[in-house]
Design a protein around this ligand. Structure first.
Ligand code: NAG
Ligand code: NAG
Ligand code: NAG
Ligand code: NAG
Ligand code: NAG
Ligand code: NAG
Length: 393
């Protein structure tokens, strides 16, 4: 969670799986900055998340901040838009509302369609999480839809912490990310509750979505001031490895001017990013430009993998501050990162998605920037990964 100021309830609060199939030969749609939602004045939309259903339908949700449209407080909700044509056009289909806390669905959504049964939940159930908060606390809650995201029902509280406050010593939880693995749902999140760490990355698991296992660490540092945040995870089939990306601020330190430099680790299991061997793979993404200048991506990363680009496919990472994407066709080799233009405006916590049936096609979805100097609405770009890499057939 990046430090910043938002006004909420009159308080000033500090907040700051992949496929191995070769890419098809059909030429994908290509378009950039296609509008999903243009909000009324005073409302901004950010922190987009995307899920693809089994029938190819795409769903997008996001945080809605400010204005009197949703307001800030109990009415705050995550809107859900649907696309049946690969992201070219979008329809607003529902709002995920808080049904239990009276706090609203405040920020940081995550979406996933179940592909296997978990407890009483059938394949095709759509799961949504997010942070519901008030001046009393933060709650990472789970909701489910069994009617293709038209209606939503509360399922369970996953984790609960103190009120939203990014100062070390406060105890909130933030930023859930959903993944199914080994017949369980994993909810990754950022956790300020451990007195040993200003903030750490952790996860909890459930096989019935109702009861949750213990808090397991993913990324922690001995330095209390470190605040790793904003977990996203992807699988890299040729390596049989999982990658986790996160921002890694430590006090006032910086990497090439980035104060929330994007870091990553590789692990054969998405449950063991905190193991000694996974920790030993940790690297910060650094790009060396042709003239020797080095650049580090900054804040709110998102990672996906596509089989396009070579024998190791391509790891693709987004950050908060650039329109560009960071790509690695060398199996995550720290010296193998390159920067490529995305055609999608920079935004706080953009989401990436590789189409399941056409894994050479990458979608980038984004809203406003953290500081609110974007256009405020939600848009997406779709292009071929080979085109992104500059490869021609
Ligand atoms: C979502 O909520 C907003 C604000 O209350 C409302 O204007 C909009 O119609 C709702 N959309 C849907 C699809 O329910
Ligand atoms: C935020 O947390 C810090 C550390 O616990 C505390 O000193 C401060 O009063 C908190 N601020 C708010 C607005 O709760
Ligand atoms: C960061 O820099 C500010 C301003 O120079 C200083 O007040 C603060 O103590 C520093 N914080 C840390 C954790 O070093
Ligand atoms: C290197 O290239 C980048 C991008 O064009 C530019 O911003 C930077 O100023 C250049 N650095 C030097 C030392 O020429
Ligand atoms: C693919 O990744 C593996 C493991 O990191 C590495 O040994 C190999 O050289 C990579 N291949 C290419 C073409 O980069
Ligand atoms: C993206 O689209 C929006 C809405 O049309 C527009 O206001 C904005 O300037 C566009 N941004 C870029 C970088 O093209």
């Amino acid at each position: 969670m990046r430090s910043g100021i938002i006004a909420l309830l009159g308080l000033a609060i500090q907040v700051s799986a992949g496929l191995t199939r070769p890419p098809p030969s059909t030429k994908p749609h290509t378009f950039f900055n296609r509008t999903i939602y243009s909000p009324p004045k005073g409302v901004r939309v950010l922190y987009a998340r995307v899920a693809e259903l089994r029938d190819g339908t795409l769903l997008v949700t996001s945080t809605v901040a400010g204005g009197n449209f949703f307001g800030s407080g109990p009415e705050q909700a995550f809107p859900v838009w649907e696309s049946k044509d690969g992201g070219a056009s979008w329809t607003w289909i529902s709002n995920i509302t808080d049904q239990v806390n009276g706090w609203g669905m405040s920020a940081q959504p995550s979406l996933l369609e179940l592909r296997e049964p978990l407890g009483r939940f059938k394949p095709g159930t759509i799961l949504a999480s997010g942070n519901s908060w008030s001046s009393t606390g933060t709650r990472i809650d789970l909701y489910a839809s069994t009617d293709k995201a038209r209606t939503w029902q509360f399922v369970s509280h996953v984790a609960e912490g103190g009120r939203p406050n990014t100062t070390n010593g406060a105890t909130p939880v933030w930023e859930p990310f959903l993944l199914t693995y080994d017949h369980q749902l994993i909810v990754y999140y950022s956790d300020q509750r451990d007195p040993l760490h200003g903030q750490k990355l952790a996860h909890q698991r459930s096989s019935n979505l109702l009861t949750w296992g213990p808090v397991t660490n993913d990324v922690t540092y001995r330095d209390y001031l470190a605040r790793p945040g904003m977990t996203t995870v992807a699988y890299i089939p040729p390596l049989k490895q999982w990658i986790v990306t996160y921002e890694r601020p430590i006090g006032n330190s910086s990497s090439h001017g980035a104060h929330y430099p994007v870091h990553y680790r590789l692990s054969p299991s998405p449950l063991a990013f905190d193991s000694e061997s996974a920790a030993s793979t940790e690297a910060g993404i650094v790009i060396t430009l042709d003239n020797g200048t080095q650049i580090a991506p900054n804040a709110s990363p998102y990672v996906v993998w596509s089989p396009s680009g070579g024998p190791n496919g391509t790891i693709i990472v987004s950050d908060a501050d650039s329109s560009e994407l960071y790509v690695n066709t060398k199996g995550g080799d720290p010296a193998g990162w390159e920067m490529k233009p995305s055609g999608q405006p920079a935004a706080y916590s953009r989401a990436l998605h590789v189409l399941r049936e056409e894994p050479d096609v990458l979608m980038v979805v984004g809203g406003d920037t953290f500081d609110g100097n974007g256009w405020g609405g939600l848009s997406c770009s779709v292009q071929s990964v080979r085109a992104l890499l500059g490869q021609t057939e």
